[in-house]
Design a binder for this molecule. Structure first.
Ligand code: NDP
Length: 480
């Protein structure tokens, strides 16, 4: 059985107390590797290593740092198939998705920030008769990056790449549920010649090693992606120490589909935005509001397509959905389906476990599920489920659609479907959301600001926003 190691001071090491936890393959429901159960003592070693490395890494030219990062990107790209297989096994997602989305995006993250740093400029402000200001942006020092299980390497690298490019040394923790590709990344960093201590990867439980990272006084910033409750806990610890915080949290995203939309495009994209990655993408639209004149037509077509979406083991090339990430997550999703029934909803399709045969008989598979007949403010329509479960609701006016869309505590992403240009802009403007897609979904330009409002987060990732987060700003005034 494969035993994962921590990556500290440039080496693959066992955790200080030599304790391990089980890593489960969700497609079979079986333990297939062991991962370090790291503690505060491991964080201490990583901080010592990062402290030693920081003066060197931060004084390297941008070009030299960029070269190492581009090498990392190149090595992942060369092993794309192996990485995709590992990601799919660890997470349960279809292999085709890991190959086409997760791993290519991890490569892009490294390439993007390795080159973005070369164009990162600071401002100067000229004050006619008085003088001028110039602004410097320097690396913070040691920063912590904590990421979730749904897009493991994709989101892990989305954080560490800008942190490293800006000249910081990083202590990073992937989700304990999906550690494998982060471990493989440590091997690649060694091969790429990343100096010891610049990136340290610690595996283990959030409430142990994640908590110890959050509490460590020498870790000056925390970039976190995960659930809103965890984000709340992290900020309650980090804020009194005045750490910089970037929090990308949960969502309950609305899709607003007007009667004048391109019906086929809206339908096929809604299939993806509902069930891609088994609905476990923070940007998935889980509340679908459909204008009444096309409600019945859309419902019939959507249910039909969903019934035909194949749920299968991740390496099945025909699989549209694979396994959800863990048994407890599967039970949580099923509990919400039960709650939907209690709240008066009708399950139009799905709502139950799929039992495969043979070696996959114990895997965590769920049918994609559509529910109707729920009020916009019931729990199922207000709480994040984070699985292949969506609700559909008719609306009569734009105002009503906006009121329902904006009614949750969340505000991460939204989609709007209409061919009326003015209406599209007006609705986008009135949505309480950090990201809006008009007639599309999940089109990502890495230069754009990424993040949510309300309980969906604090701060923005992406492009120069991320480089600004991972640097400290100083303004210097010079009298003329
Ligand atoms: P969690 O909040 O449970 O975990 C996220 C990470 O935080 C994991 O590495 C976890 O470790 C760690 N963690 C848990 N507790 C603590 C703690 N007390 N201190 C420090 N770290 C801790 O989220 P999930 O992994 O379940 O991910 C799903 C959530 O992520 C959903 O709510 C989803 O919406 C959100 N998400 C948001 C995105 C965005 O961009 N806004 C993008 C993707 C997901 P461990 O694995 O051991 O629990």
């Amino acid at each position: 059985m494969k035993v994962i190691k921590n990556y500290v001071n440039g080496q693959l090491v066992s955790p200080v107390f030599d304790k391990y936890i089980e890593n489960i393959d969700p497609s079979r429901g079986k333990v297939y590797s062991m991962i370090p159960d790291s503690t505060a003592e491991d964080v201490e070693l990583a901080v010592e290593a990062a402290e030693k490395a920081f003066p060197v890494w931060s004084s390297w030219s941008k070009e030299k740092r960029s070269d190492v990062m581009l090498k990392v990107a190149q090595l992942i790209e060369q092993r794309l198939d192996i990485f995709a297989e590992a990601e799919s096994l660890d997470n349960g997602k279809p292999l085709s998705l890991a190959k086409s989305v997760d791993i290519p995006r991890a490569v892009s993250n490294f390439k993007f920030f390795a080159t973005a740093i070369l164009h990162f400029a600071s401002e100067s402000h000229y004050m006619e008769s008085e003088g001028f200001n110039y602004t410097t942006r320097k690396p913070i020092g040691i920063v912590g990056c904590i990421s979730p299980w749904n897009l493991p390497l994709y989101l892990f690298t989305w954080k560490i790449a800008p942190a490293l490019a800006a000249g910081n040394c990083v202590i990073a923790k992937p989700s304990e549920i999906t550690p494998m590709t982060a471990f493989m990344l440590s091997e690649i960093c060694i091969e790429a010649g990343m100096p010891a201590g610049v990136l340290n990867i610690l595996h283990g439980l959030g409430h142990k090693v994640g908590d110890a990272m959050t509490r460590h006084r020498k870790i000056k910033a925390i970039s976190f992606t995960g659930g809103t409750k965890t984000g709340e806990m992290i900020s309650s610890i980090a804020a009194p120490m005045f750490k910089k915080l970037s929090l990308e949290l949960g969502g309950k995203n609305p899709n607003i589909i007007f009667a004048d939309c391109d019906f086929d495009d809206a339908l096929s994209t809604t299939m993806r935005s509902s069930f891609a990655n088994q609905g476990q993408i923070c940007l998935c639209g889980s509340r679908i509001f459909i204008e009444r004149p096309i409600y019945e037509k859309f419902k019939a077509a959507f249910v039909e397509k969903t019934k035909n979406s194949l749920v299968s083991y991740p390496t099945d090339p025909k699989a549209k959905l694979g396994a959800v990430v863990s048994e407890s997550h599967m039970q949580k999703i099923l509990a919400y389906v039960q709650l939907a029934k209690e709240e008066g909803g009708t399950i139009l399709t799905g709502g139950e476990r799929v039992l495969l045969e043979g070696e996959y008989k114990d895997g965590y598979y769920l049918k994609p599920t559509i529910i109707e007949g729920l009020s916009y403010n019931c729990r199922v329509n207000q709480e994040e489920i984070f699985g292949p479960v969506v609700t559909i609701t008719p609306f009569d006016t734009e105002e009503e659609a906006l009121m329902m869309a904006n009614s949750t505590q969340y505000g991460l992403a939204a989609t709007v479907w209409t061919t009326n240009l003015k209406k599209a802009h007006r609705v986008a403007d009135n949505l309480q959301s950090g990201i809006v897609w008009i007639n599309s979904w999940l089109v990502r330009d890495l230069r754009t600001p990424f993040g949510g409002v309300k309980a969906s987060g604090v701060g923005r990732e992406g492009g120069f926003e991320a480089l600004r987060f991972f640097t400290e700003t100083k303004n210097v005034f010079v009298k003329s």
